[in-house]
Structures are given as structure tokens and as C-alpha cells.
Design a protein around this ligand. Structure first.
Ligand code: 26V
Length: 808
């Protein structure tokens, strides 16, 4: 593929060279961390070559490009992925060996780039991988946070958060572009001279570009992730500096540079914090300048902007870009409003990632006036034009207009960023079939009435390079021997595995690989929790952010039921189980933190009770993130996807687990529905209320107490938790938690789904006892996952939203 490919000797030589010249150590004395840095430098050189070549080609071709604007990119580690893309894996393994190291251990020294909270950020990272692999001319744009997602430690069963200084020792993967810097302005006021608006800003900060090169697989093309760092403009407060008041000078500098310091967490209730709004505008303003600058360089006019530029809004976080593009086109380039608006709508598209009303982003008008006065004016004008149009559609219907308005006038006036995104885009999509359907039936119904064709679905996907080839080398090897290596780029080829379901030798090999992955996971569990688990037991896995709607608590109710049932019927032939949890709680989300604590408290009791030894264990793996997930996904037997129907937009962990041969136990929610359609009803355990049933149960007046009173098993479980059976030193610790279910409304209907969930778990046991059958169904899961490659997702975006044709 690559004429300049390095031989193993070249690689080993390159590593030693970089140890000496870049890292600054004697090659013979290199530590694993230093080796990681040197191997990374060898890969970096190759990536740089590809970057230069790709950029030149796209410039010459005057290519149409897609710009993926996202506040989050949950990249994880880069070394393994880069080596695979560059086909340097074997050479690097050999080079590590020459230093008496395993490449795996070397790669383990790289900190994760955890520039995201969860699903939305990881999706962006999978999309970059697919855009590069499909050769789409593309850039990701985001923020170079100094501190990413917090690190989670568990102390006495409770979550404790630590900062994540992932850049403390530098990163070999970024290319600071000293020449690429843009001013970003804030605050002040607006003067109007005739029909000209003049924004007199109060402050200005510089945005400096730091590029990460995103290698494509099976191609020499690469893509760019351009992250902006906030830097105080050189001229600020020179006076303080000159008079020797360094403390004041430093204070002023920090006030500017704090914009890119830290990733905001997904809080239980997103606060309208000013710094967050500044972050959003900061990266949008820099990106728009960069994009228009590139366009003008190549085309010399903005008239054809929409023919050459697609900008995608990953959720509403970058939605201020709609107003910013209007401002730049009209105020700075003198374009007529109507012309600019036509271009803007053709340029933008928007993805919604959640139906949860608490998570919909709005900003107080007063805050926006203070931070972005000109943008607020522009938003008002967009709103005026829009409402004039909408009024003709349903004359006299003031409720309709109030709901559509970009401004929520019901209390403190607020700007609705989702409404701005929809009005400013030509396409709006949800992330699974169900979610997209619910969008147009619920929160965006009024917009869908106006513009039915604007709304569409793009079911999520995951990159098979990271989530199968890299995370599960054992299974990847078996696939290579069975199907050849092309599945990495054409995941539909997994279909052919269906024929292997009845092949005893294949099944055995498949399950031996699963067993080895479980042993690896067990080692990770022992190392991080001190708990020994048996790889022969069924590994039952729920890993994701901790949230009430995801119902980790329902899982735990089952664990307690099982514990009590084993005690009551010790000889009932129980299938040994290890129930594995992992995930972070937002630091201000008290209920989520309490759930983490309860998991640990239940674990303390269960794991020490000799009466259930060998039959039940409960573990919580700390600090869930991309790298931890790469160990967990391949080692799972059972994937828990048990959100209340209608709440999980898609899920992507569900895809990673099934792709690695786990069977799903899940509700009829998000992408679970499409997973079922693809793997077949017999190969998945779907239970519980469906979305319309959830709706009617709530409408009829849901009474959780009725389930408690009528199900003795459920009553026993809740009584035990509430009575302190798992917190004997503080018996009332979980009274409030149980009360929130019984008396607080049980908002996510745990008690309503409890019965069918526990029954379904018994069916899981029954199948697991028939190991051949289980193996066959696990294989069917892998075979059915072709549709969930992010390559498929990105092809759909390219063709149906961005107007681009990816390489076949
Ligand atoms: C949700 C919530 C729920 C209420 C409280 C605050 C809050 C804050 C953030 C969020 C989620 C934000 C968006 C997000 O990450 N959505 C996830 O996107 C994934 C990729 O599309 C998708 O697979 C997940 O189902 C969806 O939750």
C-alpha cells in the first residue's frame, strides 16, 4: 500500500534514534514510557508525510470538505491505532522486544486523550476514524482541553474525582501550528451606523491550532483533528508586566487562558455557566475563521461557500456557529442578509443526541447579551424572520409560535440552542431509528410539521479497527483465518460467520478466545479492585455513564434478588455469575454517586459471604474510559442495555459488546432494536415495557407501590436495601434511595420492569448452561454486527447530509 513503508530494521533503528535524539536517553536504558515516546515518534514521522500529501491533494482538487464541530472527542490512546493504520505493528513489536519489552506494556504507558464525557464524544472519535478511512476530505474541530474527563478513584465505596493532566508530560501526537492563530472577541456592545453593525468588543483572546493527525486504515489518506488552545494576546496588560506586578499580569493571563483549561462534565442539570458559553463560542469562532480562510484561499469568493463547505453540529454545543457565520458573512464581508442565510442553511446540519429534557441546552438572554451582544441581535433577527414564516403556516396559533421560537419567554428569557440549530440547518438527524422517530413525534414535532423533509435518521456505529481489531486481537486473528483481513474495511463480511455457528471446532476456538479475554479482564479486575473473579463464571457487564435512566439500579435489584435466591435455594443449580459495573457519575449528581456506593456496599456483603462463594460476585471497575473499555468489551458474555424504553438515544457500548460476542439483555430502546433486527430475535434477550407502553403507563398514573406490594421477591429486595442489610454500619444509608422508587415516583419505571427482567435473567442462565448453544448465539451476534460499523454511518452522512461521495 505504502511505497515508503518501513522495514522492521528501519523501525528498530528509528526507535533507537529517537530514544537518543528526541527522548534524550541511552537506548539500552530506556524505560517503557520512554520507549512509548520513541515508537510514537517513528509513527509520527510517517503520519506527517501522509498529512502533507493528503493536504496537498485536497487543495489541488479544490475538494468539498466536511467540518465536524464538536466540543468533545474521546480519542483514548493513539499508538496502537496509528501503528495498525501505518502497518508498523510487527516492526514495533520487534523493536520493543529488542529492548526486552512487550509492545502491549509499552502502549499501556500512553495516557488517554479523554476529551469527552461519554457516548457523544466517543462517537465523534469513531467518526474521525471512519472519515479518514473513507478518504473524505474532513476536519474535526474542537478544544484542546488542558484537563480532560476527571479520573475516578473509589474510596470506601465512594467516587472521588481527580483532575486529568493528560498533557503533563507532553503528547507525541500533536502538531502545534505556530502560524495558525485567530483572535476571538467577547463582550462589549454593538454600534449601528446606517445598516452597518459594528461590534465593539471588550476582550479578545487568541486561538492557537494544535493538530492531531487521524490516520485512515487501508489508505494513505489522513484526516485532521484541529484543537484550539486559548492564549492571552501578547499585548494584554503589558503595563502590569512592565511595572513588575507579575502576579497581576499572571492573573490577567489566566483569565484569558482558562477558556481551554477543562472539559465540562455532563452534569445532572447543565448549569448555564458563563465559561462554558465562552468555550463554545471560542472554538466556533476560531473554526469559522479557519474554514473561511481556507475557502477564500482556494476559491477567492464566498459565493460558492455552500458548494464546498459542510459544517456539522455535534449536538447543540457548537450551535452559536449559525449566528457566527451570519455575522461574518454580513458584518465582515458585506453580504446581503438573505444571501447569507441561504448559504448558512445549506452549510449546516445538526445531530441531536438526547431526548432528555433536562439536557436540552438553553442560555439566558442576559448572559448572551453580556458575552456575545452582536450574536444575540442576529439570533433575534433570525427568530423574527422565522416566526413570520411560521405564522403563515398556522395563522393565529400562538402556542405553536411560542414553542417554535428561538427564545423561551416562559420565565427568565432564554435562547434555545436546539431551535437555533434546526432553523439554521438543512438536515437534522437522530442517532437510531427509534430516537429519530421520537424526535419528530415529541420534542421537535412542531418543527417536523413545518419541515418534514428536514428530519432524518443516521443510526450510530463504532469503528471496527479500535473495537475489534485492536481491542480483541484473539478474535481478529480467528476472523482473519476464517474470512481474510478485509472485514476491517467491510464489516458486512462478518455475515459469513453465520455458517460457522454449527461448526464445533470453530465454536470451540471462538469460546477459547472469549475465555482468554475473560482471563485478561479478570487480571485487570484483580489489579484495580483486589477482587478475584473466576473467568469460568458468566461475565455480566454494564459499563456506561451512571445515570438513573440507564438503570444500573435495576441491574443491582436483580443482583440482590439473585443473592437472596441463592441463599434460599442453595442447590438450585445456579450458573456462577460475575456482575461487572463501570462508569463515572457527574460530580454534582448525588443520586448517581449514591448508586456507585450501593454497588460497592452490595459487593462487600455478597463477595464475602461464603454461602454464595463461587456463585456470585459483584465488582465495580474504577475509572471507566476508552482504554479500560478496550479490556472490558472483549471479555463480556452478557451486555446489559436496560434503559427505560424511549430514553437512550442509541447507545454505542451495546454495539461494541455485541461485536465482541456478548449477548445483549436489553429493553426495546435506542439501537438495541436495530441490533435485534440484525442479529435475530433468538440471539438477544429483549424484555420490559416498550416505548408506547411506558407512555400509557405514565399517563394512566404509574404506582410503583403496587409492584412492591404484589411481588414478594421485589419487596424482599427493597426491604433489605432500605433496612440496611448492605450498610449495617449505617442502616439508614439507602432509605432515601428506596423511597425515591416507592414514594418519589420511580421516574424510570424500575419496578414495572423488574419482574420481566428477573425472569429474563433466568433464561440467560438456562442458555449459558448449554455452552454449545450459547457459543452459536454469540457467533451470530458477531456475524450480525456489520451494519454497526461507523463506516456505514459516515457513508450515510456523506451521501444524504453532506453531499459528498466517499470512496467505494
Ligand atoms: C444527558 C443528560 C441527561 C439528563 C441530565 C444531563 C444530561 C447531560 C448530558 C446527556 C447526554 C448528552 C448527549 C449524549 O452524550 N448523548 C449520547 O449520545 C450517544 C451518541 O449518539 C448515544 O449513543 C447515547 O445514547 C446518548 O445518550
Amino acid at each position: 500500500m505504502d511505497k515508503n513503508a518501513l522495514s522492521p530494521t528501519d523501525i528498530a533503528g528509528g526507535v533507537d534514534d529517537h530514544l537518543l535524539k528526541t527522548v534524550g536517553v541511552a537506548p539500552a536504558q530506556a524505560t517503557p514510557t520512554e520507549l512509548m515516546q520513541a515508537v510514537a515518534q517513528v509513527a509520527r514521522e510517517q503520519l506527517s508525510r501522509r498529512w502533507v500529501a493528503t493536504q496537498a491533494r485536497e487543495r489541488n482538487e479544490q475538494a468539498r470538505r466536511v467540518y465536524y464541530l464538536s466540543m468533545e472527542f474521546l480519542i483514548g490512546r493513539t499508538l496502537g491505532n496509528a501503528l495498525a493504520a501505518l502497518d508498523l505493528g510487527e516492526g514495533a513489536t520487534a523493536a520493543a522486544q529488542q529492548h526486552a519489552q512487550k509492545l502491549e506494556d509499552v502502549a499501556d504507558r500512553e495516557p488517554d486523550a479523554a476529551l469527552g464525557n461519554g457516548g457523544l464524544g466517543r462517537l465523534a472519535a469513531c467518526f474521525l476514524d471512519s472519515m479518514a478511512t473513507l478518504g473524505l476530505p474532513s476536519f474535526g474541530y474542537g478544544i484542546r482541553y488542558e484537563y480532560g474527563m476527571f479520573a475516578q478513584d473509589i474510596q470506601n465505596g465512594c467516587q472521588v474525582e481527580y483532575p486529568d493532566p493528560w498533557l503533563a508530560n507532553g503528547t507525541p501526537w500533536e502538531f502545534p501550528r505556530s502560524g495558525v492563530s485567530y483572535p476571538v472577541r467577547f463582550g462589549g456592545w454593538v454600534e449601528h451606523h446606517g445598516d452597518k453593525a459594528l461590534w465593539r468588543n471588550a476582550a479578545e483572546v487568541a486561538a492557537k491550532a494544535h493538530d492531531m493527525v487521524i490516520p485512515g486504515h487501508g489508505t494513505n489518506k489522513v484526516s485532521t483533528l484541529r484543537l484550539w488552545k486559548a492564549v492571552a494576546p501578547a499585548h494584554i496588560d503589558l503595563h502590569a508586566f512592565n511595572t513588575g506586578d507579575y502576579a497581576r499580569a499572571a492573573g490577567v493571563k489566566n483569565e484569558y487562558e482558562n477558556i481551554s483549561w477543562v472539559l465540562y462534565p455532563n452534569d445532572s442539570t447543565p448549569a448555564g455557566r458563563e465559561l462554558r458559553l465562552r468555550q463554545e463560542y471560542f472554538f466556533v469562532a476560531a473554526s469559522v475563521q479557519d474554514i473561511l480562510g481556507r475557502h477564500l484561499e482556494e476559491h477567492g469568493t464566498l459565493a460558492n461557500l455552500a458548494d464546498k463547505v459542510a459544517m456539522h453540529l455535534n449536538d447543540t454545543h457548537p450551535a452559536i456557529a449559525v449566528a457566527e457565520l451570519m455575522r461574518v458573512l454580513c458584518d465582515e464581508h458585506g453580504m446581503a442578509w438573505a444571501t447569507a442565510w441561504g448559504i448558512t442553511q445549506r452549510v449546516f446540519s445538526y445531530t441531536n443526541h438526547t431526548l432528555m429534557p433536562e439536557a436540552l441546552e438553553t442560555w439566558p438572554v442576559a448572559l448572551m447579551q453580556h458575552v456575545l451582544p452582536r450574536h444575540l441581535e442576529i439570533i433575534f433577527r433570525i427568530n423574527q424572520d422565522f416566526l413570520d414564516f411560521a405564522a403563515k403556516f398556522r395563522p393565529g396559533d400562538m402556542g405553536f409560535l411560542a414553542r417554535l421560537s428561538l427564545i423561551d419567554e416562559s420565565g427568565e428569557r432564554r435562547v434555545r440552542m436546539a431551535n437555533l440549530s434546526i432553523v439554521g440547518s438543512h438536515k437534522v438527524n437522530g442517532v437510531s431509528a427509534l430516537h429519530s422517530d421520537l424526535l419528530v413525534k415529541t420534542i421537535f414535532a412542531d418543527f417536523a410539521a413545518l419541515w418534514p423533509d428536514r428530519f432524518t435518521n443516521m443510526t450510530n456505529g463504532v469503528t471496527p479497527r479500535r473495537w475489534l481489531a485492536q481491542a480483541n486481537p484473539g478474535l481478529a486473528g480467528l476472523l482473519d483465518r476464517t474470512l481474510g483481513a478485509k472485514w476491517r474495511l467491510d464489516l458486512d463480511q462478518l455475515q459469513a460467520l453465520r455458517d460457522q455457528r454449527g461448526n464445533a471446532a470453530f465454536r470451540e476456538e471462538f469460546m477459547a478466545i472469549k475465555r482468554a479475554n475473560k482471563a485478561r479482564l479478570a487480571e485487570h479486575i484483580a489489579r484495580t479492585t483486589g477482587i478475584a473473579v473466576d473467568p469460568a463464571s458468566l461475565f455480566d457487564v454494564q459499563v456506561k455513564r451512571i445515570h438513573e435512566y440507564k438503570r444500573q439500579l435495576l441491574n443491582l435489584l436483580h443482583v440482590v434478588s439473585r443473592y437472596q435466591a441463592i441463599l434460599a435455594h442453595p442447590n438450585a443449580g445456579w450458573v456462577p455469575r460475575t456482575v461487572i459495573f463501570a462508569g463515572k457519575a457527574a460530580s454534582s449528581y448525588a443520586m448517581a454517586k449514591n448508586i456507585i456506593r450501593l454497588i460497592h456496599d452490595v459487593g462487600q456483603v455478597v463477595n464475602r459471604d461464603p454461602r454464595v462463594a463461587g456463585l456470585l460476585k459483584v465488582v465495580f471497575i474504577p475509572n471507566y474510559g476508552v482504554s479500560v473499555a478496550e479490556v472490558i468489551m472483549p471479555g463480556a458474555d452478557l451486555s446489559e442495555q436496560i434503559s427505560t424504553a424511549g430514553t437512550e438515544a442509541s447507545g454505542t457500548g451495546n454495539m461494541k459488546l455485541a461485536l465482541n460476542g456478548a449477548l445483549t439483555i436489553g429493553t426495546d430502546d435506542g439501537a438495541n432494536i436495530e441490533i435485534r433486527q440484525n442479529v435475530g430475535d433468538d440471539n438477544i434477550f429483549i424484555f420490559g415495557l416498550k416505548t408506547p407502553e411506558v407512555v400509557s403507563l405514565r399517563a394512566a398514573g404509574y404506582q410503583p407501590m403496587r409492584y412492591y406490594e404484589s411481588n414478594p421477591q421485589l419487596k424482599q429486595v427493597l426491604d433489605a436495601i432500605a433496612g440496611g442489610a448492605f450498610s449495617p454500619e449505617e442502616p439508614g444509608r439507602y432509605r432515601g434511595l428506596v423511597d425515591s422508587l416507592l414514594w418519589g415516583g420511580d421516574h424510570y419505571l424500575l419496578l414495572a420492569d423488574y419482574g420481566t427482567y428477573v425472569e429474563t435473567q433466568l433464561r440467560v442462565d438456562a442458555l449459558y448452561r448449554q455452552s454449545g448453544e450459547w457459543a452459536s448465539r454469540a457467533i451470530a451476534n458477531v456475524a450480525g454486527m456489520g451494519a454497526f460499523s461507523s463506516d456505514r454511518t459516515i457513508r450515510e452522512y456523506a451521501q444524504q447530509i453532506w453531499g459528498m461521495t466517499p470512496a467505494p
